[in-house]
Design a protein around this ligand. Structure first.
Ligand SMILES: Cc1cc2nc3c(=O)[nH]c(=O)nc-3n(C[C@H](O)[C@H](O)[C@H](O)COP(=O)(O)OP(=O)(O)OC[C@H]3O[C@@H](n4cnc5c(N)ncnc54)[C@H](O)[C@@H]3O)c2cc1C
Length: 381
C-alpha cells in the first residue's frame, strides 16, 4: 500500500480509525474535515464501545489511552418511566468472553485517535465538491477550489454524507425514520457503571456513564416533543418519576438547564452499494445506526479494520477488487446489526400506554441468555 495515494473524507470515528490503520501500514493518505479547527470535536456525546470496536484500539497500540479515558460497563437495566426497575442484566458475559465493554465520550475517543495522526495533518474546513473517475484514478475538486488526483477515496463523512450525494443518486440510499428524537446533555462528576434506560409510553430516557460523568438522553415522538419543548417535556417526565430516584431528577434538571442542546432525530441510513469504482463509503455513510443502537461506532471501527486488512493485500491496479472482497466480508454483518437495532427501537419507541404495559410485562421474561445471544451475534458476525 506504500505507493497508494489515498484521500479520507471526514475525521470522525471511521475516518480517523482508518487513518491510524493506514499509517501503521506505512501508507500515504490525506485526511480532510469539513469543520474548522476551532469547531472540531466539541463536547460530543457518550459512546458505549463493544470489544468489537475497542479491540481495534488494541491493534493500534492505543489500548492504554483508551482504558485510561473510559470505564468498564458491568450492568444494563431497563426501567419503567416512573423509575422502578423492570429488568436487570449483567454484562459480564461480554467483559469475560470478548473483552471490556466500555463507556467513553466521543470527544475523548476522537482525541485518542487524533493523537497518532497529529491535528496538523488534518486539513480542516475542507470538503469535496466534485468527483470524477477514470480507470483506477479519482479526480477530486475541493471546496477551496483546488484539485487533486487519488488512487482511492474513502468517504467517511457520517450519516448525512454530502460526499455520497456527488456519486450516489437519492434512490441508492434510504433513511429509516423512527419518528422519534431527543436531546443529549452531560451530568458532570458522577460515577455509575450501569446503563440505565427508562422505557415509557411516548417517552424514552437513558443514562449512559463514561468516566466521571453521565450522558443523559431524553426523547419521545418528534411532533409531540418538539411542540412541548425541552423544558416542559422534562418537567412532565419529572412529574412521573418517583421522588426516591434522585439521579433521574438531577439528570432532568441538568438537561432542562442546558442551553441550546442538540436535538437528534432518531433515524438511520443504508446505502445499497458501498462503492463506486475506487470510491468507498465507510462507517455511517455506508450504513448508519440509530443513536440508541449503541453499536455504530464499534461497527465503524471494525469496518475500518476489515477494510485496511483487505487493502493491505491489494496492489494499485486492483484496488476495486480489494474493495469488493471487503464489502463481501463486512456488509452482511453490518446490515444484520442494523436490522436488529431497528427491531429493538420498535420495542423502545412505543406511544400507547397499554402497549408499553404489555411490553414491560413481556420484557421480564426476556432472559440474559437471549440478550447474550443477540449481542454475541453482533460481536461475532
Ligand atoms: C447521540 C448519539 C449516541 C450514540 N451512541 C453510540 C453508542 O453508544 N455506541 C456506538 O457504537 N455508537 C453510538 N452512536 C453512533 C456513532 O456515533 C456513529 O455510528 C459513529 O460516530 C459513526 O462514525 P463515522 O465516522 O461514520 O461518522 P462520524 O463519527 O459522525 O464522523 C463524520 C465526520 O465527517 C465530518 N464531515 C461531515 N460532512 C463532511 C464533509 N462533507 N466533508 C468532510 N468532512 C465531513 C464530520 O464533521 C465528522 O467529523 C451514537 C450516535 C449519536 C448521535
Amino acid at each position: 500500500m506504500q505507493n497508494f495515494n489515498i484521500l479520507i473524507v471526514g475525521a470522525g470515528v471511521a475516518g480517523l480509525t482508518c487513518a491510524n490503520l493506514l499509517k501503521k501500514q506505512g501508507a500515504q493518505f490525506k485526511l480532510i474535515e469539513k469543520e474548522s479547527f476551532d469547531n472540531f470535536n466539541g463536547s460530543g456525546y457518550m459512546l458505549g464501545l463493544l470489544p468489537l470496536g475497542g479491540r481495534v484500539l488494541t491493534e493500534l497500540d492505543l489500548d492504554k489511552e483508551y482504558f485510561d479515558h473510559s470505564m468498564e460497563m458491568a450492568n444494563y437495566e431497563i426501567h419503567k418511566e416512573n423509575g422502578t426497575l423492570n429488568k436487570a442484566y449483567s454484562l459480564d458475559f461480554i467483559n469475560k468472553e470478548y473483552g471490556s465493554y466500555r463507556g467513553i465520550g466521543r470527544k475523548e475517543l476522537i482525541d485518542i485517535l487524533t493523537k497518532n495522526i497529529g491535528v496538523e495533518n488534518i486539513q480542516f474546513g475542507t470538503s469535496v465538491t466534485q468527483i470524477q473517475q477514470t480507470e483506477n484514478t479519482v479526480h477530486v475538486n475541493y471546496s477551496n477550489g483546488k484539485k487533486e488526483i487519488f488512487d482511492l477515496v474513502i468517504v467517511a463523512d457520517g450519516i448525512h454524507s454530502d460526499t455520497r450525494k456527488l456519486l450516489w443518486n437519492e434512490n441508492e440510499y434510504k433513511y429509516y425514520d423512527t419518528g422519534w428524537g431527543g436531546w443529549v446533555a452531560w451530568l458532570e462528576n458522577q460515577d455509575l457503571n450501569v446503563y440505565k434506560e427508562y422505557w415509557g409510553a411516548s417517552s424514552f430516557m437513558g443514562l449512559y456513564p463514561v468516566k466521571n460523568k453521565i450522558g443523559i438522553f431524553l426523547g419521545g415522538p418528534n411532533d409531540a416533543v418538539k411542540k412541548q419543548g425541552l423544558k416542559s417535556f422534562a418537567e412532565k417526565i419529572k412529574d412521573e418519576i418517583l421522588p426516591e430516584f434522585d439521579v433521574l431528577h438531577k439528570s432532568l434538571d441538568r438537561l432542562a438547564s442546558t442551553e441550546n442542546p442538540f436535538y437528534w432525530e432518531f433515524h438511520d441510513c443504508r446505502t445499497n452499494d458501498w462503492n463506486k469504482g475506487n470510491v468507498i463509503l465507510l462507517g455511517d455513510s455506508a450504513c448508519g445506526f440509530l443513536p440508541t443502537a449503541g453499536v455504530g461506532a464499534s461497527m465503524a471501527m471494525d469496518s475500518a479494520s476489515a477494510f485496511v486488512d483487505e487493502l493491505s493485500r491489494t496492489d494499485k491496479e486492483h484496488i476495486e477488487y480489494g474493495i469488493k472482497l471487503y464489502i463481501k466480508r463486512q456488509k452482511k454483518r453490518v446490515e444484520t446489526a442494523q436490522e436488529d437495532s431497528r427491531k429493538l427501537a420498535k420495542l423502545m419507541f412505543v406511544k400507547s400506554g397499554l402497549i408499553a404495559g404489555v411490553r414491560d410485562y413481556a420484557f421480564r421474561f426476556y432472559s440474559i441468555k437471549q440478550l447474550a445471544k443477540n449481542i454475541s451475534k453482533t460481536i461475532e458476525g
